[in-house]
Design a protein around this ligand. Structure first.
Ligand SMILES: [Zn+2]
Ligand SMILES: [Zn+2]
Length: 446
């Protein structure tokens, strides 16, 4: 068949043959058959010749295309003296039996089942039974020393019968306090014996029956029940568990296949663990030095979008945050400024924003950056109503309203309304401080 197509040489299970010779193939065995499509040799100086390069390119084109057609999407490249390289058109490797779906954005999200780690479902943490919470060292097994099952010991469930039978056969004394058992005996209890035991008991009709059951240990039993149980039992079992980093994804929340997709050697988890400041520096400077001109054309518009968003976060004073920071670990001020940053990015107009002390917790040098981003929102055609005590922010406002004269039930009336120069001439509290007629006496403050 290959000969008819004009090929001369094949490689069977790594050994080269000419097609005119007889090749012994054992029909019942699996063989790897490769066809040699083209052999190319060239010298270094040939590559500098434009004509040679153009010819080489078209010759390689033909060879690769032919190979893809013959093998349904695979090409092997053998460089003499080096390991051969296998390329696939279909994101799959026949040697490792791995195949990836078409790469698309939602693969990189731990909120999508396509991207999320299958073990922790994209949480990054899993519940595991903590052995130190299972046993009461001062009690024997019969006295209820196996804490999760102590209530059931008097009911004689199938699991308790199995545990007792196991103990009997392995020589574990049910009446010895757990602290006096050997480490081997405790390990058998916790991690199982792997043996099958014959357990006698009565079924629900009162008839004596025999079951054969393997003892996998308390930890496996509880974890199995945890994943199969209803909500009520889950919270009962959770008492014996602690949250640990998922051992499948290492807390990175994504599938291994997704994490193996890298640009400049970095996967999305590594990128997200960098701060806004580090990433700005990376995408502005280092990144473009590492890619070739062709890649640059592809990357340019994407990097522009990334830098846009990083700049939003930077402009509201959040350059120290890592992209992977979870929302629940942010302070109120940080969360508000992130929403602000995303609003600047949205480009909406005609919106009224109400902000409650956006400067709170900010370093003074970041306040002017924050005010600049408030200006940006205003200039897009929005109205911002800002509740604020910060002097710099007050001075930046187009229009000021003071509610007072004092706090709580002694206030609530509009005592001033106007612009900055007007408030400085007024006798309201803010006006007196802004004009310098009143000063905060730090000595007098409690
Ligand atoms: Zn492979
Ligand atoms: Zn995981």
């Amino acid at each position: 068949m290959f000969q008819a197509k004009g090929f001369e040489k094949v490689v069977v299970d790594g050994k080269e043959f000419t097609l005119s010779e007889e090749i012994d193939l054992i029909k019942t065995n699996k063989h790897t058959v490769e066809v040699i499509i083209d052999k190319i040799s060239c010298r270094h100086k040939d590559l500098k010749n434009d004509v040679f390069q153009a010819n080489l390119r078209s010759r390689l084109n033909v060879a690769v295309e032919q190979s893809l057609n013959l093998s349904d999407g695979l090409v092997t490249l053998r460089v003499s003296g080096k390991k051969s390289l296998l390329f696939s058109e279909k994101f799959s490797c026949p040697n490792c039996n791995i195949s990836l779906p078409e790469i698309e954005p939602r693969m990189f999200s731990f909120n999508s089942p396509i991207g999320a780690c299958e073990k922790c479902h994209g949480i990054g943490m899993i519940y595991k039974v903590d052995p130190s919470l299972l046993l009461n060292p001062n009690l024997s097994i019969n006295e209820g020393g196996v804490i999760p099952f102590n209530r059931f010991f008097f009911h004689e469930t199938w699991y308790i019968r199995l545990l007792k039978k196991m103990a009997q056969e392995e020589g574990i004394d049910l009446n010895t306090a757990i602290k006096n058992l050997t480490q081997r005996e405790i390990n058998l209890l916790l991690y199982g014996t792997g043996n099958v035991y014959q357990v006698l008991g009565k079924n629900r009709f009162g008839k004596t029956t025999v079951i054969y059951e393997r003892f996998d240990g308390l930890i496996n039993e509880l974890e199995r029940r945890y994943f199969e149980s209803s909500n009520e039992q889950v919270s009962e079992i959770q008492k014996y568990m602690k949250e640990v980093v998922c051992d499948s994804c290492g807390g990175k929340r994504l599938k291994k296949e997704v994490l193996s997709i890298t640009i400049d050697g970095l996967n999305i988890a590594t990128i997200c663990n960098k701060s806004v400041k580090e990433l700005k520096d990376y995408y502005q400077n280092q990144f473009f030095q590492k890619i070739n001109p062709y890649e640059k054309i592809i990357a340019m518009p994407i990097v522009k979008e990334i830098l846009n968003r990083l700049n939003f976060l930077d402009s509201v004073g959040l350059s120290y945050l890592t992209i992977s920071r979870t929302a629940k670990t942010l302070s109120g001020g940080e969360a508000q400024r992130i929403r602000l940053a995303s609003q600047i990015g949205s480009g909406l107009t005609g919106v009224l924003y109400v902000l409650d002390e956006p400067s709170i917790g900010l370093h003074p040098k970041d306040i002017s950056a924050l005010i600049n981003s408030l200006f940006k929102l205003r200039d897009l055609g929005n109205t911002l109503l800002v509740v604020e005590h910060d002097e710099e922010t007050i001075k930046a406002a187009d229009h000021l309203i003071e509610l007072g004269p004092k706090a709580g039930k002694d206030g609530g009336r509009v005592v001033f309304e106007g612009d900055l120069s007007a408030i400085k001439k007024s006798n309201c509290l803010t006006g007196l401080f802004l004009s310098g007629k009143e000063k905060i006496d730090f000595e007098k403050r409690p």
